[in-house]
Write a protein that binds this ligand. Sequence first.
Ligand SMILES: *[C@@H]1O[C@H](CO)[C@@H](O)[C@H](O)[C@H]1NC(C)=O
Length: 341
Amino acid sequence: MSFRSFLLIPLVVFLLKCAGSAEGRQSGIFLPTELHPDYPGCPAVDSSLYYYPVIGILTHPGDGASGRLSNATGVSYIAASYVKFAEAGGARVIPLIYNEPEETLLKKLELVNGVIFTGGWSKTGSYYETVQKIFKKALEKNDAGNHFPLYGITLGFELLAMIVSEDKNILEKFGSSTKASSLQFIDKANIEGSVFQSFPPDLLKKLTADCLVSQNHKYGLSPEKLQNNEKLAKFFEILTTSIDEEDQVYVSTARARDYPVTAFQWHPQKSAYEWASSSKIPHTEDAVRVTQLVANFLASEARKSTTRPDAQEVRDNLIYNYIPTYGGKAGKGYDQVYIFT
Ligand SMILES: *[C@@H]1O[C@H](CO)[C@@H](O)[C@H](O)[C@H]1NC(C)=O
């Protein structure tokens, strides 16, 4: 070592120490023990939250592939993308099979900390009635002080609109099949506490300018329709709107004013998990960030639930007891589906 570098060592040490002082902290890299001399190890997690959240996903009638996978009567399915989406947020999934005995369904509702109503087409019969029943239960749980989130996605959005308005003809036609769109925010003030609350500013901005979300629906609600319907306006607040192929404006995201209920006319789960070539699903990094953040919010809401079910009972009902089928080999429809017969 030269004499010169020998002299440099104390200088470097001195500079590093300066970097550690209040002014220079941003530029230094420190071990936790250097920052906190009495570093106590990992702090305790917030014990009011539940770190094993489970999301119930309601199955939809059919096999999800127009009879290509199963024609069994009473068959229902869940596109695996919804399962992966819930898992990406840090939750596990229990399938709520729409036509299983009410007693079983109600029992399973006591094992979950939130619910997803998926996309699909069924708006009548026992499927509609089951959605209505679960929705009522979800509101009851919240009213009783159990924070219980609900996501209504596409058909789920439409069913919530029909149920809340008590008008089965409330929906309007929109031309928004298989396209990507932007989201226009109604009011910056209502982002707080909503699904968009933890979106970084750059992504919120891109959502309004880029086409980051997947749309695929023939029906919807115009903002006027929602606002002019007393029941809908009382229950929901519009978060975003989008425009269809004929420049008609529809509500693309809404949330309940007094409940942890979020309704998406778009498909937050698709960008990371669905690959059908004709579906125009955005797969950019930003689109996948949107999927991830929407999934994060559902799990973070579910962690606030006070439901603490028996762990073995949960495991006995998890989606892991079922095997998904690869239905997307022909390049259309859902890539993977869980089929329940
Ligand atoms: C279901 O029925 C349709 C029409 O009869 C038939 O083409 C299809 O192969 C059937 N699917 C299965 C899985 O058996």
